[in-house]
Design a protein around this ligand. Structure first.
Ligand SMILES: *[C@@H]1O[C@H](CO)[C@@H](O)[C@H](O)[C@H]1NC(C)=O
Ligand SMILES: *[C@@H]1O[C@H](CO)[C@@H](O)[C@H](O)[C@H]1NC(C)=O
Ligand SMILES: *[C@@H]1O[C@H](CO)[C@@H](O)[C@H](O)[C@H]1NC(C)=O
Length: 255
């Protein structure tokens, strides 16, 4: 230790601080107010005056374009050629949740903390484990109890030969509750863990809301900021750990 001069220590400290700082700021700018790199998303979020109906809460700042939001409400839209009515007609009270889910996925600029890279032909990024507010998940499940489906993972395993998804051989139609016995199973399994059921309630600032009243602003902005901070905090601790082990090595070499 005596071999290191005060000046050298100061330099080391400055380097450590700078290293930690750059790590933190880089994480922050990537996580907030961003659009994922997927099939229909805009490159950057921005205002969209004419967002359709259920997607309109995002019109002051959205990752979806107006025509994406219009397609969203169609039974088989060009977006994904996905057929909600693969086991008979989905009830309107159930379908509105799937429309809202698509609006959140396509339009929200607040999902940055949960964006992950994926190796898929149709998108480069996905969302993973977005903490969906308890009530939004429970109501989705309640309203879909009387609709039918043939699968619990809707991302994989369909028969697409007709141009839209049909139930694969051996997957029979049952009420939603057969494939999704609880709200958690519905929200977590249906899109391969894009969501997880949060223990937090709407308005807590700790979970993402699928539904919100834009008159009060977008509540998910605060939620994204909170989790971005938590995650860059974790990044910071990681950086410090690296710095500490480096200085230990340095110390051993010097002495
Ligand atoms: C709008 O929809 C058409 C298909 O109807 C599509 O080709 C076009 O790229 C869409 N525009 C944007 C900005 O997404
Ligand atoms: C897929 O669906 C078509 C009818 O649209 C059917 O003829 C075919 O056997 C199905 N294939 C599988 C693997 O389920
Ligand atoms: C979730 O909330 C319940 C009731 O408020 C509480 O008992 C439980 O410990 C919470 N779980 C977590 C993981 O926070």
């Amino acid at each position: 230790m005596a071999h290191l001069m005060a000046g050298q220590w100061l330099l080391l400290l400055m380097w450590m601080a700078e290293c930690a700082q750059s790590r933190a700021t880089r994480a922050r700018t990537e996580l907030l107010n961003v659009c994922m790199d997927a099939k229909h998303h805009k490159e950057k979020p921005g205002p969209e005056d004419k967002l359709h109906d259920q997607c309109s809460p995002w019109k002051t700042n959205a990752c979806c374009s107006t025509n994406t939001s219009q397609e969203d409400t169609k039974d088989i839209s060009y977006l994904y050629r996905f057929n909600w009515n693969h086991c008979g007609t989905m009830t309107p009270e159930c379908k509105r949740h799937f429309i809202q889910d698509t609006c959140l996925y396509e339009c929200s600029p607040n999902l940055g903390p949960w964006i992950q890279q994926v190796d898929q032909s149709w998108r480069k990024e996905r969302i993973l484990d977005v903490p969906l507010c308890k009530e939004d998940c429970v109501l989705w499940w309640e309203d879909c109890k009387s609709s039918f489906t043939c699968k619990s993972n809707w991302l994989k395993g369909w028969n697409w030969t007709s141009g839209h998804n049909e139930c694969p051989v051996g997957a029979s139609c049952h009420p939603f509750t057969f494939y999704f016995p609880t709200p958690a199973v519905l929200c977590e399994k249906i899109w391969s863990h894009s969501y997880k059921l949060s223990n937090y309630s709407r308005g807590s600032g700790r979970c993402i809301q699928m539904w919100f009243d834009p008159a009060q602003g977008n509540p998910n902005e605060e939620v994204a900021r909170f989790y971005a901070e938590v995650m860059s905090g974790a990044g910071l601790r990681e950086a410090w750990l690296l710095v500490c082990s480096l200085s230990l090595v340095l110390f051993c070499v010097v002495s």
